[in-house]
Design a protein around this ligand. Structure first.
Ligand code: ARG
Ligand code: GLU
Length: 721
């Protein structure tokens, strides 16, 4: 029985804080009919069927999941695709060598023959998505235990996936839980494995501003790269073959070069990775007070060590630039996230909301639920903390990770005694290419010291305590370990690969297994997998189960207060499935007395240009173009070339490379980042501050023509004006 409530004003305010506000939301394309009136009211001129349709070609057919965590879009009838430079980075790097440094100099195929194939890279088109909750939960009864339910879900999902993937070539299906498993959706993809690199600007354009400007506005990064999808002669997916032909998409984007203005409608179509918009105040509190601050502090130490050594040597700077960027990206994001959560007083707002929820829940199946969730969080916290530390300290030691990958080869060789020496050689080569021992040793000492200081005694592995006792401090331990291990000595590691008889393989194996770096790795790994992970998993499962109820409860609560319309404001958390986010171009005020306008131009690149600073040293060609104002057709009304713009679309990691679409469904840009002050939008969205950052498509075209000299590519594109 549900208790009737007199709705007080304060309850209503608390409630509003929990539902989608203006421009918040990552909507399911197949259900976009629920949002289309709102979109049209805000300026969109197309229909729901234009966005997603299973009967006709629609915009969804021009959007792909690029690789494993980015988005891309089709811009020609011949399979030409745009994504971010940082999404194509791995491929550009793979093709680079000392003779052809495509990262540094850029790459432009001047004909189809010059396009470069990429092993392992795929793009996936969404064929269709549908609610399959009934099929997935067929046979379920409430008496079932959670693991019985999970078994049933898996069994039904596998059967469904098997059935639908038989419909055609290259089909891949996934059943995804939405709303914490209250709903299940089938996503059927067609995956194309022959995707070739067509073009990339030099990093001084594609990564302009580097880590300094990352997550920041004003921004001037030309973050794009160009690929082409190939198919067999029937337009079906096929592995790389010189006989393959350019893929003909059902749909590709027309490009609008008319330009963008504050207030214009924008729409992002892509694959956002992960959000947690409906979590409990205790989940947010952990992130704000414990998780993020500790992870930030650990990474600050790591980054300081890397930077110091990088400043001393050009070689080390290059070796660690990608590693540094990888560590710095989340490090910087978490700082913005903490600041944003504090500013929004999210914990407090959620607590108030939970109070209202609990009152309403009395007498329902949700009675006591928020307290129970708080209690689970309480039990889980030390395990989450230990997991965070394991990931950020032990796993940060490069030599240990490398040592364990070699040890793994010996373990795999156990039965057949056929040690994979080729693989060992490859691993060794790629490890030592970018390894600087002094950095690793210092990081080891710093991370172990922090582990020792912050891990509660009862949670420390015995090995850790013994070693700290033996050496007195982590630095002394580091000196000893790095002097004794063979895994910092390339010759020693490669000697393992020389052809051998079984007996000496056995000797090598013993040597490897007893190596201090392998022992170090194994000891902490065993601690983590025996003492931490199982209990963390058990509690997390309990938490997920409670969240399944809480999610449903939050929706019923909203409905009880605001009527059935309120349900439309609940979008499922992101889970790397195709979503629509819409908003408009808009500046913001990051702090008192400061206002940021929403677009940047080439003028700002020149203001930042500095040959002395690596991140801001632009190609001479760009300086020359600026000096002579040789912009061709790409200048805007002010006479400058537009570079980036910000808008209110709700995006997250995975949306990189997503098409930014105008009111007519035409391409105006590529999403690639968010503003730092708004990165809490994975947890709580503030329409005043949260902005996605996009590259203006006109800067893409300008760069292709003026820097790449590859304007022949325009012949296959369609421009609206
Ligand atoms: N912040 C963007 C994202 O989360 C871009 C990252 C790549 N760029 C960089 N400078 N690290 O992926
Ligand atoms: N750069 C991010 C990505 O790789 C997008 C930024 C964000 O998190 O919004 O997807």
């Amino acid at each position: 029985m549900r208790k009737r409530l007199i709705i007080t004003v304060s309850l209503l305010t608390a409630f509003c804080a929990m539902t989608a506000r203006a421009d918040e939301g990552m909507w399911l394309p197949s259900l976009i009919g629920n949002r289309i009136a709102d979109m049209q009211e805000k300026g969109f001129r197309l229909n729901a069927e234009d966005i997603y349709s299973i009967n006709q070609a629609s915009l969804k057919d021009a959007v792909v999941l690029f690789g494993r965590g980015c988005t891309g879009e089709l811009v020609s009838p011949e399979g030409l695709l745009l994504t971010n430079h940082h999404c194509g980075y791995g491929q550009i790097q793979q093709h680079s060598s000392v003779e052809h440094d495509y990262l540094k100099d850029g790459f432009w195929a001047m004909s189809r023959e010059e396009e470069l194939p990429n092993k392992g890279l795929t793009v996936s088109f969404l064929e269709r998505m549908e609610d399959v909750t009934g099929i997935i939960l067929k046979g379920y009864s409430p008496e079932m235990s959670e693991s019985e339910r999970a078994g049933l879900v898996k069994q039904n999902s596998d059967a469904l996936i098997k059935e639908v993937t038989q419909e055609g070539k290259g089909l891949r299906a996934r059943v995804e839980a939405l709303y914490y498993g209250n709903q299940y959706f089938l996503f059927l993809y067609r995956e194309y494995p022959d995707v070739r690199l067509v073009g990339a600007p030099p990093s001084s354009i594609g990564k302009f501003g580097g880590d300094t400007d990352n997550w920041m506005w004003p921004r001037h990064t030309g973050d794009f790269s160009i690929f082409r999808i190939y198919a067999d002669s029937d337009n079906n997916p096929a592995p790389y073959s010189p006989d393959n032909v350019p893929y003909q998409p059902k749909k590709y984007f027309r490009i609008s070069t008319k330009g963008v203005q504050e207030g214009n409608f924008t729409f992002i179509y892509g694959f956002p990775g992960r959000t947690q918009e409906y979590i409990h105040s205790e989940g947010v509190r952990y992130i704000e007070e414990t998780g993020d601050p500790h992870k930030i502090a650990l990474r600050t130490k790591r980054l300081d060590i890397m930077s110091r050594h990088q400043a001393e040597s050009q070689k080390v700077r290059i070796q660690y630039s990608s590693k540094h960027a990888g560590v710095a990206n989340a490090w910087k994001k978490w700082q913005g996230e903490v600041k944003g959560i504090r500013k929004m007083k999210t914990v407090q707002t959620k607590k108030e909301y939970e109070k209202g929820f609990s009152k309403w829940a009395v007498g329902t199946e949700y009675e006591g639920l928020t307290d129970r969730i708080a209690q689970i969080y309480g039990q889980l916290e030390p395990y989450t903390f230990a997991t965070d530390y394991y990931g950020e300290t032990i796993r940060a030691v490069e030599a240990a990770a490398f040592a364990s990958s070699i040890a793994k080869l010996y373990k795999e060789a156990d039965d057949s005694l056929s040690f994979d020496s080729r693989k060992a050689c490859d691993l060794s080569e790629s490890f030592f290419k970018d390894y600087h021992l002094p950095i690793d040793k210092e990081i080891f000492a710093a991370m172990i010291q922090e582990f020792d200081r912050n891990m509660p005694e009862a949670f420390k592995p015995k090995y850790h305590s013994e070693m700290m006792q033996k050496y007195g401090n982590a630095k002394a331990w580091a000196e000893d370990l790095f002097a004794a291990t063979m895994f910092t000595d390339r010759a020693a590691v490669e000697a393992l690969s020389v052809a051998k008889d079984q007996e000496s393989i056995g000797t090598d194996r013993d040597k490897v297994m007893n190596d201090p770096a392998v022992v170090f790795f194994n000891e902490y790994y065993n601690w983590y997998s025996k003492d931490i992970r199982p209990e963390a998993a058990r509690l997390n499962q309990e938490l997920q189960l409670a969240y399944r109820d809480y999610m449903r409860g939050q929706m019923e609560y909203a409905e009880a207060i605001n009527g059935p319309k309120a349900l439309e404001t609940f979008y499922p958390d992101a889970n790397l499935t195709l979503r629509v986010a819409y908003g408009h171009i808009k500046g913001y005020s990051p702090a008192d007395g400061v206002y940021y306008t929403p677009s940047s131009t080439i003028k700002g690149i020149m203001e930042k240009d500095n040959p002395e600073i690596f991140d801001y040293n632009i190609p001479q060609r760009l300086r020359d173009i600026y000096a002579t104002k040789d912009y061709g057709r790409w200048a805007d009304a002010s006479g400058e070339v537009p570079v980036c713009f910000i808008a209110t679309n709700h995006t997250t990691g995975g949306n990189s490379g997503s098409p930014v679409i105008n009111a007519d469904g035409d391409l105006i840009g590529l999403n690639f980042d968010r503003v730092w002050e708004g990165t809490m939008s994975d947890i709580v969205f503030d329409p005043e501050i949260c902005r996605n950052i996009s590259l203006d498509v006109r800067y893409v075209l300008f760069t292709i023509e003026k820097i790449g000299g590859a304007s022949y590519l325009f012949d296959e594109m369609t421009f609206t004006e």
